[in-house]
Write a protein that binds this ligand. Structure first.
Ligand code: DAH
Length: 339
């Protein structure tokens, strides 16, 4: 009996020593001390022991059990402690390491160009105002001298909500809205989104932005218009920029013009940016048509004014030498991150 108990004790102690985790220890505990464990079996076989030997054998079994339990406990503590130490080591925070940098957002190139542009006109005393993107046909067309049967409507007449309401095709309706309020003089700049049924390509999009300008006061002449836009071109595109006013037609201005600037890239010699001509078209403008003034409640005999409309994407593309408008809308941070 003694050998048997010794055998159990020695092999169990060796197994405990070799165990590397708590599960292994538990397995050992069950295999030896559990209900069907080896040592428990020995206890159960006590009935075969001669009665006078029982106390002695019982004592021996208890000693073995005690020793195994002590050993299990010690090993459990050792394994737990080692695991905790390992965990601490793994989770150590090195406070001297540089932090993880957060990516900050920044302004879109269109927005940068718009703020530059606004700064120029605010410097000349303009106020920035906004109008609705969903607009009445009346403001978008009628009050701008574009009646229902006007051919100019064909090019623009586009996303209608119903017969009277559409997504504005230009920022010019803000002119009519401001004039109608009757507070004079007027000196406003109105940026915003406009909508046309254009197909997407490198220079077109069904939704883009314009910046409208309007000045109404006594004795405003074409000279004021030319001086203003020439000054804008110089401040926005560079000191040496020259402007050229080409006669054009817009229903709501008379006379009307398109404005070209000398190419800021080649200075007018001709290059890829200006397609060899030395000039780049940047906006439409003109003297506000007397009939438009009248329709909006302003006496054309007392007041006159000028207006202009700048394609925001157009000047953004030019200013940053971007050759495809789609890049402005695709939100690819590899592109946008460059500004
Ligand atoms: N609204 C015109 C367009 O979308 C641009 C324009 C031309 C605006 C002349 C003006 C202007 O204010 O005077 O084509």
């Amino acid at each position: 009996m003694k050998e048997k108990l010794d055998g159990i004790l020695q092999s169990t102690l060796a197994n405990i020593e070799a165990a590397t985790d708590l599960n292994a220890l538990n397995d050992i505990k069950v295999a030896i001390l559990g209900k069907k464990g080896e040592l428990t079996q020995v206890l159960k076989s006590m009935k075969d022991v001669a009665p006078e030997d029982r106390p002695k054998v019982g004592q021996m079994v208890n000693d073995v059990r005690q020793e195994i339990e002590t050993s299990l406990e010690a090993k459990t503590t050792a394994i737990t402690r080692a695991a905790r130490a390992e965990k601490m080591k793994r989770e150590t925070i090195d406070v001297t390491l540089p932090g993880v940098k957060k990516m900050d957002g920044h302004r879109h190139p269109n927005q940068i160009a718009l703020e530059d542009l606004e700064r120029v006109f605010i410097g000349m005393g303009y106020e920035v105002v906004e109008g609705p993107e969903v607009e009445y046909d009346k403001y978008n067309f009628e009050l701008l001298n574009i009646p229902a049967n006007h051919p100019a409507k064909d090019e623009q007449d586009t996303f209608y909500i119903n017969k009277e309401i559409l997504l504005r095709t230009q920022t010019s309706p803000v002119q009519a809205r401001i004039m109608e309020q009757g507070k004079l003089p007027i000196r406003i700049l109105s940026p915003g989104r406009v909508f046309r049924s254009d197909e997407v390509d490198a220079t077109h999009s069904p939704s883009f932005h314009q910046v409208e300008g309007l000045v109404i006061d006594k004795n405003i002449t074409m000279a004021d218009l030319k001086g203003t836009l020439d000054q804008f071109a110089k401040e926005f595109f560079g000191e040496k920029t020259k402007t050229k006013f080409r006669p054009h037609h817009f229903p709501f201005t008379e006379p009307s013009a398109e404005v070209d600037i000398t190419c800021f890239k080649c200075g007018g010699k001709g290059c890829r940016v200006c397609k060899g001509s030395g000039w780049i078209e940047i906006l439409g403008c003109g003297m506000v048509h007397p009939h438009v003034l009248e329709m909006c409640g302003i006496d054309p005999n007392e007041y006159s004014g000028f207006a202009f409309g700048i394609g925001l994407e157009r000047v953004t593309l030019l200013k940053y030498e971007i050759d495809d408008m789609r890049l402005l809308y695709e939100n690819d941070t590899r592109f946008l991150g460059q500004f």
